[in-house]
Design a protein around this ligand. Structure first.
Ligand code: AMP
Length: 293
């Protein structure tokens, strides 16, 4: 196993990055809010396979939480994160404090428009402004060639790509597949909030996505309203679940579809008790006609 270094200080981190650049090392970067699980580790493993050095950041970013959200209670375990990051092949854990990232007088924000006004952006105003601002800062501090993001947060990938394209940031964004529990639940640091009964209820997210996949690919149902109705019905017998949204969109523009004619991305956000969970499934182009081919 590689030796994992941990740095909190921005100046010291920049000095190390400078050394790495001078040595000609390529740098892969995995931004996280910590409480690492196998989903995060899959990103780190991929980054380790494709780069000489891998940096994992652990920073619970207050800017991306709404006032009613779980910033204060978000799970934190830096010791466990060190172990899991090292195990997956990271070289550096960068874990700055809020005061280091947002010192007094901090007044600059990065905002992507358009792609941020729907889905998560509609329910969580200001969320993506927090994400783009912190990721832009982290890119500037760490100067990676490649940055790895999970498709679990599909809209986040689209937003980051927009920012990188619009601001000519010299970094390649690499999306990575969703890692799930054996029972289908997408791994998430927030799963730790769930009671046993809520965990069972949470399985309905991935089950409803599976159902939509079957309806599209096996039954050739392409009418979005019909698919959304069938997905909604998966939650009708689950009192612990409250749907925030179920959307079927174009995977690139994230615009809602009425009829599926090619690839589509199915996304949902559901409150299970007080915990808000998200999940999604990409149906690749023409997958729904597989039966006839
Ligand atoms: P977070 O710590 O929740 O901000 O997540 C950090 C990164 O890990 C983001 O790019 C997430 O999309 C990604 N991630 C979180 N959960 C998963 C998962 N189950 N599978 C793949 N990537 C994930």
């Amino acid at each position: 196993m590689k030796i994992l270094q941990q740095l909190n200080d921005i100046k010291a981190t920049r000095a190390l990055i400078k050394e790495w650049h001078q040595a000609g090392y390529s740098i892969g970067f995995v931004p996280t809010m910590g409480y690492l699980h196998e989903g995060h580790q899959s990103l780190i493993t991929r980054a380790a396979a494709e780069n000489d050095k891998v940096i994992v950041s652990v920073f619970v970013n207050p800017l991306q939480f709404g006032p009613e959200e779980d910033y204060g209670s978000y799970p934190r375990d830096l010791k466990g994160d060190q172990q899991r990051a090292a195990q997956a092949g990271a070289d550096l854990l960068f874990a700055p404090t809020v005061a280091q990232m947002y010192p007094e007088g901090f007044e600059t924000f990065v905002t992507a428009y358009g792609v941020t006004d729907k889905l998560e952006g509609a329910t969580r105003p200001g969320h993506f402004r927090g994400v783009t601002t912190v990721v832009a800062k982290l890119f500037n501090i760490l100067q990676p060639q490649r940055a790895y993001f999970g498709q679990k947060d599909a809209q986040q990938v689209a937003v980051i790509r927009q920012m990188v394209r619009d601001l000519n940031m010299p970094v390649t964004i690499i999306p990575c597949p969703i890692i799930r529990e054996a029972d289908g639940l997408a791994k998430s640091s927030r799963n730790t909030y769930l009671t046993a009964a809520e965990y069972q209820a949470a399985l309905s997210l991935s089950q409803s996505l599976k159902l939509a996949e079957t309806l599209i690919q096996t039954d050739n149902i392409v009418a979005v309203e019909q698919l959304k109705k069938a997905m909604t019905a998966c939650f009708s017998s689950i009192p612990l679940a409250r749907i925030d949204y179920i959307k079927i969109v174009d995977p690139i523009s994230l615009e809602e579809l009425a009829v599926i004619t090619d690839s589509c991305l199915i996304l949902l956000a559901v409150y299970i008790g007080k915990t808000r969970l998200i999940d999604n499934l990409l149906i690749e182009g023409r997958g729904y006609t597989k039966k006839e081919e």
